[in-house]
Design a binder for this molecule. Structure first.
Ligand code: NDP
Ligand code: PYR
Ligand code: MG
Length: 751
């Protein structure tokens, strides 16, 4: 059975709450004052109107046309449910609209047209042309869909794309490239059986033939069985184009010895006997929705060697057009495309197939509750893969530019890819700056915990992404075994593995450590144990001696322990002014919170120091620091001895003569919300605070974790600051990507 079953009640509740349906409209401009009204509406709006009338291309600049796609249907082939009518299909169309937004930041509106007449349908869509940058036709049955799409393509100057045809075909092609790669077969040689000769089916087989599948090797079936030359019943010109000379008449006969089965028909159309009769390592894409032609369990029961995909998200290998249409349109819109042509579709298929063969980010594996590595159960990227948005549209856009579909070619592809990243994560530009600094620094990064596979993967990524050299502390044979288990055998030769046994510096390290610890109750033996056996101490000693430029640790032990061990080598404690600063990124805003790592109960002097450390971090991130000391009271009300230290801390900063804005004490809303701040005109902050200094470690932990869990904020850190050398301490639940990010922070010397 699929792992996550949903009930009908759940499905209905999801569509009912919090408001009926799945999306709403939001303004992107302020609409609060008389002036806003004058600009957005009359008289100001007249200016762009006249400009566009004079030069229609300006609509891409002054209206939302360039990022607006209509999902248009008449409901005649809603998923595999048949003709549910225009209104019956609306939940699917609303769904496609939110998928556009979620996955590619394309604004989309669903439009249901109550007609089965292609002429009427085409006229309605054509008349809407000026509104949109593209038209996504959806769930219109064959053969009308072919007529409609062809005519609209000819009549309109924006991309018209029938998703069930080409979206499906592109994903099917991507999946098949990889499935054949695994089964060791070539597209030119395989015998393909397609069941369903409608919108999806005809497009799939056409694309596969463009990519090398041989006409005579492809058998197409519909409700009447095999489409053979000379058949007259239930035929149309699109089916005829794929008719072959054959004696085979039924799907059952066609399936014997087939290498590939593609199902875009209806639930249960394939039997176990049919699957059993297929060739070795059969590929079975049962793509009918919501229920496939045959379930993966049924197929695997009779053929363990089968590579099976479905259109559903609750089985492995989801071959579904959701992987295509958001990114195809993103790429097409970004070049102001006239059309989405075959080259753009094929580029999309190859980019998807290539992505599935790469190492999968932990975030994706975690979202799916299992590790994903290229193979029978992972032939196609998963829809929540965050790389899709910046890997697929550039491939589409490039193909569009190469084939003359672009009205406005992209000049700087690197900038475009970065822009795509930040499109989905508005704070990505800050991360981009940090990445650029790290890349420039080319630091030799010490990864202390070479016994942990996540750390090893992070180290490999660090080096392969061009940040610099990764030095891994661990035992060589253990590192080798773990890299091999992670499918990274090539990396064994790439990484430098360091340990107490293979370094020539151990004596120097011990001498250094003894000089620091001899008056703190440590004898030579203690020092030997620490230097030679504790990976955190050993790594810190490497760093202290310049045998690396930065250090990342903490993925395997609690941060308090790690910090304690590192403090033997560096003055990385509260007494010496170290502090942990966490950056919270949410809805395009960034706020730093301190101290999240070192001070448990800071006094006013500590708080002032933490503020200084946070200001350094802010500046390194390209922010102008504005510090608020926050509590539950604002400027003395309500009076409480608990807030005293937060009242005193700004005075300490005043005495220290620091060169950034600070104020306090105040509540968080007064710190962050300009309206709440209005009640305190004397406040020295010139804008919302971007650094919150909280009373103690517990409030720091509560506030950051609450933001992470409730609001889904992105959390960076805690970033260790105030230590002589760049050291970053991860959390024990870090993913390989989190560890890499900490390495990048260390390399960029943000702390
Ligand atoms: N996974 C994905 O991404 C996608 C999946 N699909 C799925 O593909 C299916 C078809 O959609 P679409 O092409 O838009 O619909 P169409 O109505 O255009 O075409 C349906 C086709 O299926 C054939 N068919 C129906 N029942 C059977 C059967 N029992 N045996 C053989 N053939 C049959 C029809 O045959 P006839 O011509 O004789 O009537 C017709 O050719 C749906 O289940 C849909 O959910 C569609 C798009 C994307
Ligand atoms: C996925 C899709 O578009 C369909 O099943 O119709
Ligand atoms: Mg569809």
């Amino acid at each position: 059975m699929p792992k996550a079953k949903i009930t009908n009640e759940e499905a209905l509740a999801f569509h009912l709450e919090p408001t009926p349906g799945k999306w709403e409209v939001q303004a992107t401009v302020p609409m609060t004052t008389q002036r806003d009204l004058s600009l957005a509406y009359s008289p100001g709006v007249a200016v762009p109107c006249e400009a566009i009338a004079a030069d229609p291309g300006l609509a891409y600049d002054y209206t939302n046309k360039g990022n607006l796609v209509a999902v248009i249907s008449n409901g005649t082939a809603v998923l595999g449910l048949g003709n549910l009518g225009a209104l019956g299909g609306k939940p699917v169309m609303e769904g496609k609209a939110v998928l556009f937004k979620r996955f590619a930041d394309v604004n989309s509106i669903d439009i249901e047209l109550d007609t089965e007449d292609p002429d009427e349908f085409c006229r309605a869509v054509r008349l809407m042309g000026p509104t949109f940058g593209g038209i996504n036709l959806e769930d219109i049955k064959a053969p009308e869909c072919f007529i409609i799409e062809q005519r609209l393509k000819e009549e309109m100057d924006i991309p018209v794309f029938h998703d069930d045809q080409h979206g499906t075909a592109v994903i099917c092609a991507a999946g098949l490239i990889n499935a054949l790669h695994i089964s060791g077969k070539k597209i030119e040689d395989v015998k393909i059986v397609l069941n369903g000769a409608g919108a999806a089916g005809i497009a799939c087989i056409e694309l596969l033939k463009t990519m090398g599948a041989r006409h005579e090797n492809c058998i197409v079936c519909d409700t009447k069985g095999v489409i053979y030359q000379g058949r007259t019943e239930g035929m149309n010109q699109w089916k005829s184009a794929h008719a072959i000379k054959t004696e085979l008449r039924s799907l059952e006969e066609a399936m014997k010895g087939a290498d590939v089965f593609l199902g875009v028909s209806v639930k249960g159309a394939v039997t176990q006997e049919m699957v059993q009769s297929m060739a070795d390592n059969p590929v079975i894409f049962a793509m009918a929705n919501p229920d496939p032609e045959i379930t993966p369990e049924e197929a695997h029961e009779v053929r363990r060697d089968a590579i099976v995909a479905t259109g559903r998200s609750d089985y492995p290998n989801q071959v579904n057009n959701v992987l295509g249409f958001p990114y195809l349109f993103r790429g097409a819109l970004d070049i102001h495309a006239r059309a989405i042509n075959d080259e753009m579709k094929i580029a999309c298929a190859h980019a998807l197939a290539a992505l599935a063969r790469e190492d999968v980010p932990d975030e994706v594996a975690m979202a799916y509750g299992k590790s994903l590595t290229f193979g029978r159960d992972y032939i196609i990227p998963t829809p929540f893969d965050p790389r899709l948005i910046h890997r697929i549209p550039p491939a589409v856009a490039r193909a569009g530019m190469d084939t003359g579909a672009a009205r406005r070619p992209i000049i700087d592809m690197d900038a475009y890819e970065l822009g795509l990243k930040s499109r989905m994560d508005p704070t990505a530009s800050i991360l981009r700056g940090i990445n650029a600094r790290a890349r420039k620094a080319q630091s030799r990064m010490i990864f202390a915990e070479g016994d942990d596979p996540r750390v090893l993967r992070a180290a490999v990524m660090y080096q392969r992404s061009g940040y610099g050299k990764a030095l891994v502390v661990g035992r060589h044979d253990d590192v080798k075994t773990k890299l091999e288990a992670a499918g990274l055998e090539d990396a064994v030769r790439e990484l430098e593995v360091v340990n107490a046994a293979n370094t020539t510096h151990l004596e120097a390290y011990k001498e250094f450590l003894y000089s620091r610890l001899q008056r703190k109750g440590f004898d030579q033996k203690d020092v030997h144990r620490l230097a030679a056996r504790d990976r955190h101490v050993f790594s810190a000693l490497m760093l202290a001696h310049g045998h690396g430029d930065g250090l990342v640790t903490g993925a395997t032990r609690k941060s308090a322990h790690v910090l304690h061990q590192i403090s033997h080598v560096f003055d990385a404690d509260a007494a010496h002014g170290a502090a942990g600063i966490t950056a919270l990124l949410h809805k395009g805003k960034i706020v730093l919170i301190g101290d999240t790592l070192v001070h448990e109960w800071p006094n006013e002097y500590d708080l002032a120091t933490i503020a200084e450390r946070a200001a350094d971090v802010a500046r390194h991130m390209g922010l102008e620091p504005r510090v608020a000391f926050v509590s539950f009271s604002t400027f003395g009300y309500p009076i409480s001895e608990r807030t005293e230290k937060l009242t005193k801390a700004p005075k300490v900063l005043e005495e220290r003569g620091v060169n950034f804005e600070f104020e306090g004490e105040m509540t968080v809303d007064v710190a962050l919300n300009p309206r709440s701040k209005e009640a305190y005109p004397f406040s020295r902050l010139t804008g919302p605070a971007n650094i919150l200094i909280v009373p103690a470690r517990h409030s720091a932990s509560i506030s950051t974790k609450l933001m992470q869990e409730m609001a889904g904020a992105t959390v960076i850190g805690p970033i260790l600051t105030g230590v002589d050398k760049p050291i970053q301490i991860c959390s024990t639940v870090s993913t390989a990507n989190d560890i890499l990010n900490m390495a990048v922070l260390a390399s960029a010397e943000i702390g």
